[in-house]
Design a protein around this ligand. Structure first.
Ligand code: YH5
Length: 280
């Protein structure tokens, strides 16, 4: 049965690769140096990613990079809400909101977002209730610890089993809380409380997470593990990111979150065509 994600107004077909373009609107955003924090340049970048084939624009106003400090709800709201309104005014592209705060979820959905992407997996107070009440789709991600300290000494006895159990429990919590299964996306959370070795193990065994029967999102774009493997700085990890995206898609990822939309769209078109030809 072809997998679909229920976005309320539309059923998103997950048979073909779905690309999510990253739009950080944090002044300190590590991987793009905050170059999109000016409202106009952020809007232009969103439209250009949509034209390059992004299905979603993932708007984030809360820095979740390793070591980052918390942002207040008011600061986050003033960064993301006008931008979501403008994106939706200029384009039919879908918007996801990268937040863990209930107030931001509510306002972002009112402004036109249809997917709530929460790196805390709806575990913060009021988040599950807010998301369930909004009736949108959600992405629940695994994270060990919290952004400020999560990379200090990540430890697992069995990273695959532990992330898998976490995601199964997150799914059950969502369903019990009133979010229907056809609105839930899961994500193993590359780089969120994981060493390079843990991240490699997650990528090798990514297929295991498809056993939960839900769409799978991955975010590897420009992350530290790729720097660790290539010796390259954050602004020169495009090729490494593309290799990781290809391998994740081959292992069952449905949605790929990336800074480099155009290249990722092309690469995954080729991979998809090869997989389809192999199934004929
Ligand atoms: C994710 O994986 N990641 S924000 C460090 C980097 C580069 C990029 C040092 N939000 C995810 O993108 N949402 C983020 O280099 C996410 N999955 C989902 N669902 C961190 C990020 C990054 C961090």
């Amino acid at each position: 049965m072809p997998m679909k994600l229920n976005l309320g107004t539309t059923q998103l077909d997950l048979e073909l690769p779905v690309i999510m373009g990253i739009l950080n609107v944090t002044p300190d955003s590590f991987s793009d140096g905050g170059q999109f924090s000016e409202p106009d340049s952020a809007l232009r970048h969103a439209v250009s990613m949509a034209n390059a084939g992004a299905t979603f624009i993932d708007v984030g106003g809360e820095s979740t990079r390793p070591g980052a400090a918390d942002v207040s709800a008011d600061r986050e709201l003033e960064r993301v809400i006008p931008l979501i309104e403008k994106i939706r005014g200029e384009s039919d592209v879908l918007v996801s909101i990268d937040t863990s705060k209930p107030a931001v979820m509510v306002e972002a959905v009112r402004a036109g977002a249809t997917l709530i992407n929460d790196v805390y997996g709806l575990r913060r107070e009021g988040a599950l209730e807010a998301a369930a009440g909004l009736g949108t789709a959600v992405c629940v991600m695994h994270m060990q610890g919290e952004p400020r300290t999560m990379q200090e000494s990540p430890h697992y006895d069995d990273v695959i089993a532990e992330v898998s159990t976490f995601l199964a429990e997150a799914r059950d919590r969502c369903i019990t809380g009133g979010i229907r299964a056809d609105r839930i996306v899961i994500d193993p959370g590359f780089g969120f409380g994981k060493s390079p070795r843990h991240n490699l193990e997650l990528l090798v065994n990514l297929r295991r997470f498809t056993e939960l029967g839900l769409p799978l999102l991955v975010g590897l774009s420009r992350k530290q593990t790729l720097g660790h493997l290539t010796g390259r700085g954050v602004g020169e990890r495009q090729a490494a990111s593309l290799a990781a995206a290809v391998m994740a898609f081959e292992r069952g990822a449905n949605i790929v979150r990336t800074h480099d939309v155009e290249d990722t769209v092309d690469a995954l078109k080729v991979v998809q065509a090869v997989i389809a030809a192999g199934n004929e």
